[in-house]
Write a protein that binds this ligand. Structure first.
Ligand SMILES: Nc1ncnc2c1ncn2[C@@H]1O[C@H](COP(=O)(O)OP(=O)(O)OP(=O)(O)O)[C@@H](O)[C@H]1O
Length: 591
């Protein structure tokens, strides 16, 4: 093994190449080492060091001195700067560098989370100019959009703290998966679209303006996909490009200075989809932005489109790249046959009498999407149960017929099975036998009437949720009456406090806000965050808040003072009641 210092090597510029990962190690402490065999003390530093191995030419690696390595190990992950309010501590680990930003790992000392600390060079005047964007960013809250936590200006830098993503960008991921996998493409696309539907549903719509695979981030362990780089389009304006966005992903109308709308994000999504299915950057055949401009404005599509053979995908990309007026909305893209998922209902458990069932709606191919619920064959009907779930926005209304049909199919199967069993045992008693059987018989063919849903647009399907139903009126009443005979007929999603065997799902538990809500937290904030964590839309949150405020529950402290019976008197839906109560209990136990 021979070694020399980088300064002496004409081929390398250590200043450029060594730098960020080996924090605090100066060039003088690094040698370029020739390796004949891997005889030296290799992985002592960190996985980052590995990178230097690959990097420096054939048979040569960068090798820090032993002292530097030891110091690097000791120095690793220490806080080297604090936010003005002391809440966030920047660590000495760089997550990545873009053309405009350097992004560091940081720690949120209040919550114990790791976060991303973004540094963007800008003037104070430009920073002041961003106040409107910042206001909007702080309000944006969606599971498929990287959360914006805080920001400030210091030493010519706009610094903002966001949610940290663990597995890099979609672009890097595409390169790792050598072959496009349609199941994954569909899953990613749906998540990106959910984020876009949310942004575009604001009034006025929030336009991202720079959707591309480098701005979509992944949490690999759970296959979670989130849109990042929100709100930076304006910051970048005038810094490098004269137009906002990335030429390959920019819709034709963005090049013309006549104004554009949220459809530019759909065009860019179409290009992302093309990159996902071909693994190739769109317009890779162009040598510069001017060539791309010419092609885009003359309506010439990227060469890579010719590689797409699947007609459904071609059709979908076509709708994304269409002219502004013809181009689909995010919701229309989501509803395209390539991306739709058909739910099915499965029987999880049944008691011995086959009266009390646990059923689950499963959306095939969509991780974490399931709705578990209890069904009492003597008192419930598939129609009522499904309607209730749609009303609660636990299920999108477009699935009403299908799920009703599926539940009735299970009931028929159970009925057949029971009759078989009865025959075998020579018991001729038909099942079910309970007196006062509801206006519904499991042997009847399913009602498959037209959709009666009151919802115009389908809400996005929720993450794993267990649902409790009680009275037909669907609200908790402290005074059950004769007119609500089905009270408790479908019993409980258990709370954290727990009804045995009916657990609040782990997904649900994990998605609840974990922060400790002080007693003086405004009820609106608490309700909004809980509704979001349980996949309710902002209107639902508004409904819950109104109900609480109308009864003088103004702060979280007011709710904490309640005993179970008081909760029941509020008249919240069962879902709202459970979600809020569990969020409160969870924050107590986690806080
Ligand atoms: N929230 C995050 N979590 C983890 N890593 C991140 C996050 N945001 C950015 N990064 C890392 O930092 C790198 C630089 O960020 P980004 O690409 O957004 O910078 P930029 O200068 O705004 O981008 P561009 O050069 O694409 O205009 C990313 O490639 C990624 O590796």
């Amino acid at each position: 093994m021979s070694e020399h210092h980088p300064e002496m090597n004409g081929n390398s510029s250590p200043q450029e190449e060594i730098p960020q990962y080996l924090n605090g190690i100066s060039n003088k402490e690094i040698s370029i080492v020739e390796i004949n065999n891997y005889e030296f003390d290799y992985p002592r530093v960190s996985p980052h060091y590995n990178q230097y191995f690959e990097n420096y030419g054939p048979n040569h690696v960068y090798m820090p001195s032993n002292e530097a390595i030891d110091r690097s190990i000791n120095d690793r992950e220490s806080v080297i700067e604090e936010s003005p309010n002391g809440r966030y501590g920047r660590l000495n680990t760089i997550l990545g560098k873009g053309a405009y930003k350097v992004v560091y790992k940081a720690i949120d000392r209040e919550e114990g989370y790791e976060v991303a600390w973004n540094c963007f060079q800008t003037t104070k005047a430009e920073f002041n100019d961003l106040s409107q964007e910042i206001k909007i960013l702080k309000q944006v809250r969606h599971p498929n959009i990287i959360n914006f936590h805080d920001c400030w200006y210091k030493d010519q830098e706009f610094i903002f703290v966001t949610e940290l993503m663990t597995s890099g960008t979609l672009r890097e991921y595409i390169r790792k998966l050598s072959l496009p996998n349609m199941k994954i493409v569909k899953r990613w696309s749906r998540q990106i679209l959910k984020g876009l539907i949310y942004l575009h549903s604001h009034n006025p719509p929030i336009i991202h303006r720079d959707i591309k695979c480098d701005n979509i981030f992944i949490n690999g362990a759970h296959g979670e996909v989130k849109i990042g780089d929100m709100g930076t389009a304006k910051m970048k304006l005038g810094k490098k490009y004269t137009v906002i966005g990335t030429p390959e992903f920019m819709a034709p109308e963005m090049y013309e200075e006549k104004g554009y709308n949220e459809k530019v994000d759909i065009y860019a999504f179409g290009m992302c989809l093309l990159e996902m299915v071909t693994g190739e950057y769109p317009y890779i055949e162009c040598k510069n932005a001017a060539q791309i401009y010419k092609k885009v404005t003359s309506g010439t599509k990227p060469e890579s489109l010719k590689k797409v053979t699947d007609q459904e995908i071609l059709d979908l990309i076509g709708h994304c790249l269409d002219t502004e007026n013809e181009r689909y909305t995010a919701q229309q893209i989501m509803d395209h046959p390539f991306l739709t998922v058909e739910p099915e209902v499965v029987l999880i458990t049944a008691d011995e009498a086959k009266t009390q069932l646990t059923l689950q709606v499963v959306f095939k191919g969509m991780d974490k999407l399931s709705v578990k619920f209890q069904f009492n064959v003597e008192r419930d009907t598939a129609e009522e149960v499904v309607n209730e779930m749609i009303e609660e926005q636990v299920l999108p209304d477009k699935y009403q017929q299908l799920i009703t049909h599926e539940i009735n199919r299970i009931l028929r199967d159970i009925n057949k099975q029971s009759i078989e069993d009865d025959k075998k045992e020579e018991h001729k008693i038909p099942w079910p036998t309970a007196p006062g059987t509801p206006p519904y018989h499991i042997a009847l063919s399913p009602h498959l009437g037209p959709s009666k849903s009151s919802h115009g647009s389908a809400p996005s399907a929720p993450s794993s949720i267990s649902l409790e139903r009680e009275s037909p009126g669907n609200t908790l009443s402290s005074h059950p009456t004769e007119s609500s005979p089905r009270k408790n007929s479908i019993s409980g999603i258990s709370g954290v406090s727990g009804v045995p065997g009916q657990e609040w799902t782990q997904d649900m538990e994990d998605s609840l806000p974990v922060k400790e809500y002080p007693d003086n937290t405004p009820i609106k904030d608490f309700v909004r965050e809980t509704a979001l964590a349980t996949n309710r839309d902002p209107e639902k949150a508004e409904e819950w808040s109104k109900k609480l405020l109308s009864q003088d529950f103004v702060t979280v402290g007011d709710l904490r003072a309640l005993i179970d019976e008081d909760w029941q008197g509020i008249g919240l839906t069962v879902f709202a009641f459970r979600a809020l109560k569990n969020a409160l209990d969870a924050s107590k136990s986690k806080g």
